[in-house]
Design a protein around this ligand. Structure first.
Ligand code: TXA
Ligand code: MG
Length: 324
């Protein structure tokens, strides 16, 4: 794949928006770091982000929007979230909020959670690109997994040249660290990741202390990157199964001649890992909703995106503390 270098003018952004609309990957500047963008409503496009970054697991991603109206379509704002958005948007603040019933962001981008991370960036190129595209853009930092975040197009190309469709050449990102992430999910506002907006700035706006980040029971702080209590099934998930046991639901992969029924879905009948990643959370949800005692999963190769798919399946059934 040749990675196009696009200027940050009208024509360049128009081409970038068309690539996004076609399910492609475009790196673009924000005021914090360069993001690796994909159509947040397209599961296959979002799966491409993880493949390009070489991410071993599907962390939920930030949905970037251009307007408050667009943000309200995706997430439910309580009074504190409204105040925080008034104070810091557009800018380097991400809010984790309950997903709205009208949400368009796909399950893979939120890692199957009922919450969504959302922000309006202040960088004019980022805003113009989102506006030209017209839908939310999912974007983690535009670097290979484990590498430092990029603040210039050269950093992006050093990591991702030939792995993504385009980069918008928009100069250096000036904040240089990622956005501050706050959880606004009903209890106290929690600091999920420190960043461009300081704790003191947030507390001045909400008029109370920020709570400790927990996993839902409010007691245990979790390590960064693992802050989201990831989607967990009620049913036990059994990997590398040769077929469903009595009563078990079946999650297939690749060509599968087992009888299909209401308790059977296939992640990708053609054995395509990108398609499997795009379907993963929606299929898990659908099977779990039928309350089987367990979900048996066909063998999934551990290479490429398969590693992340296997990681998520293992986490989905890991023992967890009771939810608050
Ligand atoms: O400055 C930034 O925020 C950059 C630019 C490109 O906007 N983006 C960025 O994205 O840093 P990323 O994917 O590297 O970080 C997203 C973080 C992850 O640590 C993830 O765990 C957290 O946001 N996150 C996303 N959705 C979440 C959710 N529903 N609950 C808790 N944490 C969430
Ligand atoms: Mg990052």
């Amino acid at each position: 794949m040749r990675t196009q270098r696009l200027p940050d003018d009208r024509e360049g952004l128009g081409r970038a928006a068309a690539i996004l609309a076609g399910g492609g990957l475009v790196a673009f500047p924000t005021e914090t770091v360069y993001g690796l963008g994909a159509d947040a409503t397209n599961g296959k496009a979002v799966a491409g982000i993880y493949a390009a970054k070489g991410r071993p697991s599907f962390n939920p991603l930030i949905a970037h929007v251009a307007t408050r109206d667009a943000a309200r379509r995706e997430a439910i704002f309580d009074a504190r979230a409204e105040r925080l958005a008034d104070a810091f948007w557009p800018g380097p603040l991400t809010l984790v909020l309950p997903r709205a019933p009208t949400a368009s962001v796909c399950d893979l981008a939120t890692a199957g959670l009922d919450s969504v991370a959302i922000r309006i960036p202040s960088h004019p190129t980022a805003r113009a690109l989102i506006a030209a595209f017209g839908r939310p853009i999912a974007a983690p930092s535009a670097n290979r997994s484990g590498h430092v975040s990029p603040t210039a197009p050269d950093h992006v190309l050093a990591d991702l040249d030939g792995r993504i469709d385009a980069v918008v050449l928009g100069g250096a990102a000036d904040v240089g660290v990622e956005s501050t992430i706050l959880g606004c999910l009903g209890g106290p506002v929690t600091l999920l990741r420190p960043g461009g907006v300081t704790r003191a700035m947030v507390e001045a706006v909400i008029g109370e202390a920020i709570g400790e980040a927990g996993d839902g029971d409010g007691a245990r702080p979790l390590a960064p990157g693992r802050l989201a209590s990831h989607y967990a099934t009620n049913a036990h998930v059994r990997l590398d199964a040769t077929g469903p046991g009595p009563g078990e639901a079946w999650l297939g992969f690749g060509r599968d001649d087992r009888p299909t029924g209401p308790l059977s879905l296939n992640l990708s009948p053609t054995g395509d890992l990108t398609e499997a990643a795009a379907n993963l959370f929606a299929h898990l949800r659908a099977l779990d909703a039928m309350h089987p005692p367990g979900i048996a999963v066909a063998p999934i190769p551990a290479d490429g995106l398969g590693e992340a798919i296997r990681d998520r399946l293992i986490r989905a059934s890991a023992p967890r503390p009771p939810r608050a």
